[in-house]
Design a protein around this ligand. Structure first.
Ligand code: GDG
Length: 469
């Protein structure tokens, strides 16, 4: 079996003592895939080191996996990461043209860092390595590696939404971005909608043509495109949620609720997650249902994220202010409608909190998949499960048919869905849970890894009849 090389913006390097750094489901799954084949994980260390150019790698072996990471200098972080990746590509892919900043300087930094990464990675590669690149930070990497003569199979997975042609084409270098994707052998997206959007960009903007069955030809290269919905480590999460009931944070939460129903939201502090609209919807729900007063509490767990990006710092202030306003106007001496926690909790506590919540609110304005939706359902007690309220604009809505699907821009309808969720009879809740759980177990993160790598490693030449999904 070919060695696997994973490339991602951040790399969870295990500590020198041997402890794993891979806490999330995705990192754990990639680590497992690397271990099963032997592998190399390459990317940014997450550290910023003065003004030094990227020219050296820290390499650490851990079992049969090698971790190779580079520090970035301040300018690289500002331009490549904070600038182009997080202030141009991220908002653009989430349809937020109003927040997209097309700085020429940042664009140059993005391509420069990708070139430097390719220069550092190329000498570490063996001829039959299978290379799997992750996410929007690294779109140009394959094209840079090809320039350096790398002939290996290279796949790319785009974790966030892919926008329609009208949105993408506002980006001054969108042609270079599309050309960058065409240099891969396999490009994976979360949903069929993203694949449709990508095909639309390719064909309408004249960058290439569809050959059918998921094959495209662009800039003289034939490559495959498919949807590979990411999953979670479902079994582990189920066990963690059962165990989580003993967690001290979960116990404290239960005690403090004093028979109030709990509604939960968990998101990085990001404008794509629709946290403001969700708080408005919960507030509207409380206004519409006098019986909710003192009987329902909404817990929003929101670790800070990307605070160095001005739009995120602003959002942090806006959400804090909104929460304060709602609590001030609706709350009482013995009831706080919204509990807003601005820090990261352990995964065990998170799993237990999902389990005690009667409703999970996952209402992003746009999201590639949204793993919280899957975690919430997996964490439920099968005999008395809570209800997932899910935005139609999350990739997860393409699969999770047992959720109450809402339009998060419609505050009134979301408020109604919250009411429906917490008053739903147990039989209906079980039915919804049972319609989602088998899929979550079957299409878990290990299956996602396997499916992608099977197609990438098939080493197929273009065959008109041999299609993808
Ligand atoms: C991108 C795409 C796609 C959150 N708070 C805490 C915590 N979390 C964990 C959740 C979940 C993860 O973070 C967030 O994953 P999401 O999928 O919801 O969102 P993104 O970070 O935006 O991820 C997304 C994903 O990539 C994978 O392809 O689904 O669409 O945007 O696992 O549980 N974890 C802990 N404490 C917290 O307070 N421990």
């Amino acid at each position: 079996m070919a060695r696997l090389v994973v490339v991602s913006n951040r790399v969870p390097v295990p500590s020198a003592k041997g402890g794993t750094a891979a806490a999330g489901g995705l990192a754990v799954a990639l680590e497992a895939a690397l271990k099963s084949r032997g592998g190399l994980w390459f990317g940014w260390s997450g550290k910023t080191s003065g003004d030094r150019e990227i020219e050296w790698l820290e390499i650490r072996d851990h079992g049969n996996v090698t971790y190779a990471v580079a520090d970035l200098n301040r300018r690289d972080v500002d331009e490549y990461y904070t600038g182009f990746a997080n202030r141009a590509l991220w908002p653009l892919c989430h349809y937020r043209l109003d927040l997209t900043d097309f700085s020429r300087k940042d664009m140059a930094g993005y391509f420069r860092v990708n070139r430097s990464f390719a220069r550092l990675l190329a000498p570490l590669l063996r001829p039959d390595d299978l290379i799997w690149v992750h996410d929007y930070h690294l779109i140009p990497l394959a094209a840079e590696l090809r320039h350096m003569g790398v002939k290996n199979r290279i796949g790319f997975f785009h974790h966030i939404p892919w926008p329609p042609a009208d949105v993408l084409s506002t980006l001054p270098v969108h042609d270079t971005i599309m050309r960058g994707l065409a240099a891969y052998d396999l490009v994976g997206f979360q949903t069929d909608y993203d694949v449709e959007n990508f095909a639309g960009c390719m064909i309408r903007e004249g960058f290439g043509k569809s050959l059918g069955h998921g094959w495209f030809e662009s800039y003289g290269h034939k490559f495959q495109v498919g949807n590979f919905a990411i999953g979670i480590d479902t079994q582990t999460f189920v066990a963690m949620a059962e165990e989580g009931m003993k967690n001290s944070i979960v116990k404290r939460t239960c005690d403090s609720l004093r028979n109030c129903d709990l509604v939960i939201g968990v998101d990085r502090l990001d404008y794509s997650k629709g946290i403001g609209q969700r708080i408005e919807a919960f507030s509207r729900f409380c206004e519409m249902s006098p019986s909710a007063k003192g009987q329902v509490t909404f817990l929003q767990i929101t670790p800070k994220s990307r605070s160095e990006v001005p739009e995120y710092a602003q959002m942090q202030r806006d959400i804090a202010e909104l929460t304060g306003r709602v609590n001030g106007s609706l709350g009482d001496v013995d009831w706080t409608p919204i509990r807003y926690v601005n820090k990261t909790l352990g995964r065990g506590a998170l799993a237990g909190l999902y389990r005690i919540a009667k409703a999970g609110l996952v209402t992003p304005l746009r999201d590639g998949m949204n793993l919280v939706a899957k975690e919430y359902v997996a964490a439920q007690d099968p005999t008395d499960p809570g209800v997932l309220v899910l935005s139609r604009f999350a990739g997860a809505a393409r699969e999770m048919d047992g959720a109450l699907i809402v339009n998060p821009y419609d505050v009134e309808a979301t408020a109604n869905a919250i009411g429906r969720a917490i008053s739903m009879p147990v039989e209906a809740r079980r039915e919804r849970y049972n319609s989602m759980m088998p899929k979550l177990l079957e299409h878990d993160v290990a299956a996602w890894c396997r499916d992608f790598l099977d197609v990438l490693s098939a080493n197929e030449e273009f065959e008109p009849e041999a299609g993808l999904r």
